[in-house]
Ligand binder design. Structure first.
Ligand SMILES: C[S@@+](CC[C@H](N)C(=O)[O-])C[C@H]1O[C@@H](n2cnc3c(N)ncnc32)[C@H](O)[C@@H]1O
Length: 353
């Protein structure tokens, strides 16, 4: 019991790493995020991360933002609002960036779930920060929920959950019960799993995805999208070193076992009956899926001469996105366009290879 509690607290500490990495990328000018500071305690004392980590954070954040904004835009194009559920959300600031951005009206609900220790801490940081709490709306409509471990507001919901437990208990009871559930089964809904499923067994993460898939079918008409970002290819020599390093910090990565290569990643969705799925490594994304102007801009920020090392690291992280369109969905076909698109002219890509 003691050691599994220790292992869980080591997993929770990965949120501090993620927040510090984002904070560093913002400080160095790679990303813009006015909302990260309240989530980084003693931010003025935090040393920046090395350029290689900042570039990785930039590539990951830019690609996921691209997919999320396409989701919001496609919903708007169809005259519907959408829902976003971020699982293992940690200190992520995406809700605030969307709710104050160009697509704010596209959002019907934004749900964040994480261990109660993390959601309690996040709820306190939100209530303490004027900038963060102002975005939630009229204070009269914002309530502390779940015995202090959650927050509820008209759009934003912060909910405690251990995602390894049976989804009927963790997801069904809080998201889908009652006469007006937090999550509507008829609105386009995007799931975000940014570096979280890798800490769970493959069976536990499949159960989470399956629960959502079932909620949107067979009689629901909402389209379901999902984005997973995490490490993979851990069986090679670089991967084995990464596993050993994390083991020394009591963190294990059972979720990476079924994914020895990029071709195996879409199976995460296709095996559960999703309509389509794609995966790209961060190395591929940096090379061809980020706009050349942005790459040029970030190349000026810091000296980075370890390109081979950068490629090796980025080759062990991937973004995998999947789409499920129930047959009853009236506007399913248009969602087929959703995905990362090459942003470098084909000739330039070929000549680099
Ligand atoms: C590496 S952090 C990523 C945080 C955030 N998604 C981001 O990208 O900035 C992983 C997060 O997943 C959460 N997590 C891991 N396993 C979980 C589980 N079984 N149930 C709920 N949350 C979990 C951790 O507490 C942590 O906040």
């Amino acid at each position: 019991m003691q050691s599994s509690q220790d292992a869980d607290s080591s997993i929770r500490l990965t949120d501090t790493d993620a927040a510090l990495a984002r904070f560093s990328a913002v400080q160095k000018g790679y990303l813009q995020d006015p909302y990260i500071k309240p989530f980084v305690p003693r931010s003025h004392l935090q040393p920046p991360r090395p350029p290689l980590i900042n570039i990785g954070t930039f590539v990951r954040a830019t690609a996921i933002d691209d997919l999320v904004f396409q989701w919001l835009q496609t919903s708007t194009n169809h005259g519907t609002r959408c829902q976003i559920v971020s699982l293992g959300a940690g200190s992520d600031t995406r809700f605030w960036r969307i709710a104050t951005g160009a697509h704010k009206d596209a959002l019907a609900a934004y749900v964040e779930m994480d261990f109660p220790e993390i959601t309690t801490k996040k709820g306190m940081a939100i209530r303490k920060s004027k900038e963060l709490s102002a975005v939630l709306g009229d204070p009269a409509d914002v309530a502390v929920a779940h015995g202090g471990t959650g927050l509820s507001s008209p759009k934003y919901h912060l909910l405690p959950a251990d995602l390894r437990l049976p989804p009927k208990e963790t997801l069904g009871k809080v998201l889908a019960s009652g006469s007006s559930p937090i999550l509507s089964p008829t609105l386009p809904t995007l799931l975000l799993f940014e570096c979280v499923l890798v800490y769970m067994s493959p069976a536990e993460s499949s159960a989470v995805l399956q629960w959502f898939r079932d909620y949107f079918s067979p009689d629901g008409s909402g389209v379901l999208g999902s984005i997973v970002y995490e490490m993979f290819r851990l069986q090679d020599s670089f991967g084995r070193v990464m596993v050993q390093n994390l083991k020394a910090r009591q963190v294990s990565l059972p979720g990476a076992a079924p994914y020895p290569d990029i071709a195996s990643l879409p199976g995460r969705y296709l095996n559960l009956g999703f309509t389509s799925a794609h995966a790209l490594t961060l190395k591929e994304i940096r090379k061809s899926y980020i706009s050349p102007a942005e790459l040029e801009r970030i190349s000026q920020l810091e000296l980075m001469d370890e390109i081979e090392e950068l490629d090796l690291v980025l080759d062990h992280y991937a973004i995998t996105w999947g789409l499920f369109v129930p047959q009853s969905a009236s506007f399913g076909a248009e969602w087929g366009e959703w995905g990362l698109r090459v942003k470098v002219a084909a000739q330039a890509v070929n000549s680099e290879e």
